[in-house]
Design a protein around this ligand. Structure first.
Ligand SMILES: NC(=O)c1ccc[n+]([C@@H]2O[C@H](COP(=O)([O-])OP(=O)(O)OC[C@H]3O[C@@H](n4cnc5c(N)ncnc54)[C@H](OP(=O)(O)O)[C@@H]3O)[C@@H](O)[C@H]2O)c1
Length: 263
């Protein structure tokens, strides 16, 4: 069995790669930074029994990505499992976010995932088998101040996964996961830039460990789950957002008013 993982050189993707190798998959990592890919590859190769390979490509570039995936399939046979973990986040209020940074988040998180799916989809369809697991975010469920591009990109993925699932045959699994804050390099980089207003809406919860998040996603792949949720609160938000969000936004508004009165 061959798993291709975009964003497999770091964080959630790397931990998922570890689980794949331990469970006997041959694993291909795809990301941009060649030295990070080499380091990840060397670590994973020591785990056995699966083989590990890494190819550098930018998920925003369809042709380069297709070539990279073809290289991976030549090395380890066809792709049985695609995990799309490549993603970025750049928190800033909409008017402060330069258009390029807005577009980059949409391009990497949304279009990059669509490109990866496109590169393996025809093969999976012709074989009538395979599994796709997209990594969205809990930010797909609610618009967070300072995260207009990120929330939009992750919510778009949820709609994409749902539509795709309605089109594919029974043999192909299309899953999507919605991780909460998770201890990874991305979160370390993001937290100092997170606006206080976002913290009011998101609450003061501690991040999840990358091991727990990846284990739940891997379990979702093994059980061919449509959606992977993390904790009761987020599952309820996903299911009953229409009822819960007005209350959360009312609380947000109230806290802004109280804050303004204090100043
Ligand atoms: N950490 C969290 O709190 C959290 C919460 C919810 C959802 N998520 C989502 O989970 C996924 C993984 O995040 P993470 O926290 O594990 O991040 P991470 O540690 O920063 O890893 C991101 C990975 O994506 C790759 N990547 C970024 N831009 C790319 C591009 N243009 N082309 C190809 N690869 C690219 C990176 O490698 P290169 O830079 O070398 O390309 C790296 O391998 C992301 O989609 C993220 O949005 C994270």
């Amino acid at each position: 069995m061959h798993a291709i993982i975009t964003g497999g050189s770091s964080g959630i993707g790397l931990e998922l790669a570890r689980l794949c190798v331990l469970n006997g998959y041959d694993v291909s990592l795809v990301a941009r930074d060649e030295s990070a890919l080499r380091v990840a590859c060397e670590k994973l190769q020591q785990l056995g029994p699966g083989r590990v390979n890494a190819v550098s490509a930018d998920v925003r570039r369809m042709d380069a990505l297709r070539e990279a995936f073809e290289q991976c399939e030549r090395a380890f046979d066809v792709c049985d499992l695609l995990i799309t973990s490549a993603g970025i986040v750049e928190p800033a209020f909409f008017e402060e976010l330069v258009p390029l940074h807005f577009e980059m988040q949409m391009d990497v998180n949304f279009s990059g995932t669509v490109n990866a799916v496109r590169a393996i989809y025809a093969g999976m369809k012709s074989r009538g088998s395979g599994s796709i697991m997209m990594i969205s975010s809990a930010a797909a469920f609610i618009g967070i101040p300072g995260y207009s591009a990120y929330c939009a990109s992750k919510a778009a993925l949820a709609a994409f996964a749902e539509s795709l699932r309605s089109e594919v045959g029974a043999g192909i699994h299309v899953g999507i996961s919605f991780p909460p804050d998770t201890c990874t390099p991305q979160l370390l980089n993001e937290l100092p830039k997170r606006p206080p207003l976002a913290k009011v809406l998101m609450g003061d919860t501690s991040p999840w460990s990358v091991e727990t998040v990846a284990r739940q996603i891997f379990d979702g792949i093994s059980r061919r789950r449509r959606e992977v949720h993390f904790g009761l609160k987020l599952k309820v938000l996903a299911m009953l957002g229409g009822f819960i969000k007005p209350v959360l936004y009312w609380q947000l508004k109230r806290s802004v008013l109280l804050q303004a009165r204090k100043c």
